[in-house]
Design a protein around this ligand. Structure first.
Ligand code: CA
Length: 202
């Protein structure tokens, strides 16, 4: 709500003296909040007049990794080296029952090197929960924590996971929605971007 208000006033300044905000010109706040008579359109997470709201849809290509509901079918994200440039993938959780497994693979020569796995997602919808699992997918090793890599216009939130490249180079991650903050089911969907990068071993 605070972020949406800040963006709204910034756009008002850009528009000159006209205090009227154009429908669809700014992002919804947490849990699809919008000021005044506007509502959050799930289609793109912007505040619009109620008649213009459209349902959520996965972005083109964002569900290309499906099905990935278990470790055996996990979507692969390949880290090229340590150090190497960040690799990214767009994902989508269109409903509360969807689960995305992501297998982050790094060269075995990078074993022990610091590995960051960061996930950004729209602040408007149910937050993403990102967990690092054991290689057999049986138990959680670590949970990504909120982090400040959002920057920009303020429409994104993020959680970050700092780990190390395991001996076999495979880090198994599970992405789900936070049902504690899903607007009682009304914002139970999410686009996200998961990014991974390894740096040189100390
Ligand atoms: Ca899935």
């Amino acid at each position: 709500m605070v972020r949406a208000a800040v963006i709204a006033s910034a756009l008002a300044v850009i528009a000159g003296c006209d205090p009227e905000i154009v429908s669809g010109s700014y992002f919804c706040g947490p849990q699809m909040s919008c000021p005044g008579d506007e509502v959050c359109s799930p289609a793109d997470g912007t505040c619009v007049r109620p008649s213009l709201a459209e349902p959520f849809m996965c972005e083109a290509g964002s569900d290309g990794g499906e099905p990935n509901e278990d470790p055996a079918t996990a979507t692969t994200l390949s880290v090229a080296g340590c150090p190497a440039g960040q690799v990214e993938r767009i994902g989508c959780l269109p409903s509360g029952i969807d689960v995305d497994w992501v297998r982050v693979t790094s060269p075995v020569s990078c074993a022990g090197a610091p590995l960051s796995i960061d996930t950004r997602y729209s602040v408007a919808f149910a937050p993403a929960i990102v967990e690092l699992y054991t290689a057999d997918g049986a138990s959680v090793v670590a949970t990504a924590a909120p982090c400040d890599i959002t920057g920009g216009i303020g429409d994104k939130d993020a959680v970050c996971l700092d780990t190390t490249v395991p001996a076999d180079g495979v880090s198994l991650v599970r992405v789900t929605l936070d049902h504690e903050l899903d607007c009682d089911g009304a914002c139970n969907f999410m686009h996200y971007q998961v990014a991974a990068m390894a740096t040189a071993a100390p």
